[in-house]
Ligand binder design. Structure first.
Ligand code: PEP
Length: 256
């Protein structure tokens, strides 16, 4: 049995008042231990709101985390926030390798792998985001790209490091564009990634491919979530824009 998750990524959005309104709406409806124990829900928020979110979500069924972590632990790295600092606020998750970090802030595969390791060492569950651009898809390079991004982590820490982690397939052309991969398109990449992990682990003793949650992200809405989540290798979603609208996020959660 694989854990199924819906995670919100607020990106660079929010404000103290609007966060508390949104979180109150979500926390009143998302309640565990109603026969959905293997399912989890979380929000990945700007660092500045971790304290507020910890206050508002402690003792609710919603977890929280950050959208990135530093690849460094401490020292002369002005502007950085370490994974252990994120963990101090009761965070459960940290996104690493979001395509916006890769494209806008220069996160290379190696940096992302280092961030993955930093998150894991701090006790956070890394959510490793992978995905191809439109040009890469057009050039039939989707598999090559997502495996290269995943492999940076496997090369650095071994396939066993994926235990307790989450993978998120987010085609760059679908993020914030309103274009969603069809369920069949997404499923074929998820299946490819799971097979790749299974092959990578066959030499060793660790078995993570069957239990690794692989989320889909890219313009998921309440109107298309159910058909995506119905695919056998799609274990939930990483939700950007729609995670800021209570009715949308709740509808997506209900589709899990
Ligand atoms: C994201 O930011 O990870 C994302 C999937 O965004 P959106 O849902 O807005 O496409």
């Amino acid at each position: 049995m694989r854990n199924r998750l819906v995670l919100g990524n607020w990106k660079l959005n929010g404000g103290l008042t609007q966060n508390s309104v949104l979180l109150a709406q979500l926390a009143s409806k998302i309640i565990f231990n109603q026969g959905r124990k293997e399912q989890a829900c979380g929000v990945c928020v700007p660092y500045a709101y971790l304290s507020q979110v910890q206050t508002l979500l402690t003792n609710t069924s919603i977890h929280w985390g950050s959208q990135d972590v530093s690849r460094f632990e401490s020292g002369a790295y002005s502007g950085e926030v370490s994974a252990s600092m994120v963990a101090e606020f009761g965070s459960r998750f940290a996104l690493v390798g979001h395509s916006e970090r890769r494209a806008i802030f220069g996160d290379t595969d190696e940096f992302v792998a280092q961030k993955f390791g930093a998150a894991q060492r701090a006790g956070l569950m890394p959510v490793l985001c992978v995905g191809e651009t439109l040009e890469e898809r057009a050039a039939s390079k989707t598999g090559e790209v997502v495996v290269r991004q995943l492999n940076a982590v496997i090369a650095a820490y071994g396939v066993a490091a994926l235990q307790g982690a989450v993978l998120a397939y987010e085609p760059v052309w679908a993020i914030g564009t309103g274009k969603t991969a069809t369920p069949a398109e997404a499923e074929s990449v998820h299946q490819y990634l799971r097979r790749y992990v299974a092959n990578a682990e066959s030499a060793g003793s660790v078995k993570v491919a069957d239990t690794l949650p692989i989320l889909y992200g890219g313009s998921v809405k309440k109107s298309n979530a159910a058909e995506l989540f119905a695919m056998p290798n799609i274990d939930g979603g990483l939700i950007g824009g729609a995670s800021l609208v209570a009715d949308e996020f709740l509808g997506i959660w209900a589709s899990l």
